[in-house]
Design a protein around this ligand. Structure first.
Ligand SMILES: NC(=O)C1=CN([C@@H]2O[C@H](COP(=O)(O)OP(=O)(O)OC[C@H]3O[C@@H](n4cnc5c(N)ncnc54)[C@H](O)[C@@H]3O)[C@@H](O)[C@H]2O)C=CC1
Ligand SMILES: O=C(CO)COP(=O)(O)O
Length: 323
């Protein structure tokens, strides 16, 4: 099978190598010519230290689409629309597989909804605790896919280091993948303030509750949040040294501004965008989202992270579970 991968960041490249390991033909689209040169000529992936690309890249997005039976989306969510709008013909593509995690802030849409604005071909989302740095090193990893063609894709993606489960909950997988990035920023803030175990465990548990509360309003199934794309990804992203979102929170709590953090990295922390959509949607739908709302205030209203922590502790006392 031929797979075109849109995005040559860490996850696009790690996933492309996985597909080659599984015997698939792969062509990756990179936005910048220097990245194509690095991959095709220098055999380097600048986003993944020490990992050799097993695939070729092109900076011509239409060429990659024309090559593909399946098109894999692996670019930050805020750039999906602008890049898909460059594609004129979708004739060969039999399905889309989305690896990106977030909500579009301009439209408040999930990735499946953004894609539906361009084409109506089968859509599948893949999510779960899967840091590119570890998948690229063939470290055992398990994820979930939902959508169309999942039986075929489960087999094509699985191998001895990558185990794929199926689910029937596209909405739940998209929402849990998007929201855990926001929660990981909050976890990073706690790391930056003191790295306390009690506080982190409490935060992650209440974060899961907040994710479920939000997801159910949009039709997600509660059980999805207890699976790989929910609690699994929440655990890895809140704790991992690889997590961009967790690191963003940590650096902010240690005194850097958002602008300073962004200037010093070419990586993208999706949660810093998604939090805007989450706060807007929660206000519109009347969903109480205390952690997300504090993350928003820390990032965009210059709120002192210690005060955010205190404000969360001082909320009205209540029963633990009342969804
Ligand atoms: N890195 C990881 O371990 C995982 C990432 N993801 C998701 O995959 C998606 C891609 O993230 P990463 O590969 O981590 O990216 P990254 O943080 O490694 O690299 C940033 C990527 O954004 C691209 N980019 C920046 N501006 C762009 C624009 N205007 N148009 C198109 N692309 C642009 C860069 O070219 C680069 O490919 C995100 O939604 C992320 O949440 C999901 C699972 C694991
Ligand atoms: O989604 C991820 C791991 O499953 C990657 O998380 P970060 O974007 O925080 O690195």
């Amino acid at each position: 099978m031929k797979f075109g991968v849109i995005g040559a960041g860490s996850w696009g490249c790690a996933f492309a190598n996985l597909l080659v390991d599984n015997g698939q033909d792969v062509l990756v689209w990179a936005r910048r010519k220097e990245v194509v040169f690095e991959i095709n000529v220098l055999k380097k992936i600048s986003y993944l230290n020490g990992i050799r690309p097993k695939f070729n890249a092109s900076d011509n997005i239409q060429e990659v689409v024309d090559f593909s039976d399946y098109l894999v989306i692996a670019i930050p969510v805020q750039f999906i629309r602008e890049n898909l709008s460059k594609i004129k013909y979708w004739d060969n593509v039999k399905g889309i597989v989305n690896l990106s995690k977030g909500l579009e802030i301009k439209t408040l849409k999930r990735v499946s909804e953004i894609i539906r604005d361009f084409v109506s071909i089968p859509y599948t989302v893949l999510s779960g605790p899967s840091h590119a740095e570890e998948v690229a090193e063939n470290i055992p990893t398990a994820v979930t896919i939902a959508g169309e063609n999942v039986e075929e894709l489960q087999i094509l993606f699985s191998n001895d280091y990558f185990r794929v489960y199926t689910s029937d909950d596209v909405v739940g997988i998209e929402i849990s993948g998007a929201l855990k990035n926001v929660m990981a920023i909050a976890a990073g803030v706690l790391d930056g303030l003191g790295g306390w175990d009690n506080s982190k465990a409490a935060l992650m548990t209440r974060a899961l509750y907040e994710m479920i509360k939000f997801g159910k309003i949009f039709g997600a199934q509660e059980k999805t949040f207890f699976g790989l794309s929910g609690v699994g990804d929440l655990m890895v992203t809140c704790n991992s040294r690889h997590s961009r979102n967790r690191l963003l929170g940590e650096l902010i709590a240690k005194g850097q501004t958002l602008e300073e953090v962004m200037k010093n990295t070419k990586m993208v922390a999706e949660g810093m965008y998604t939090v805007k959509a989450v706060v807007e949607l929660s206000l519109k739908r009347g969903i109480d989202m205390p952690i997300s709302s504090e993350v928003f205030k820390i990032l965009y209203a210059n709120k002192n992270p210690r005060l955010s922590m205190l404000d969360l502790m001082r909320r009205p006392l209540k029963e633990e579970w009342y969804i």
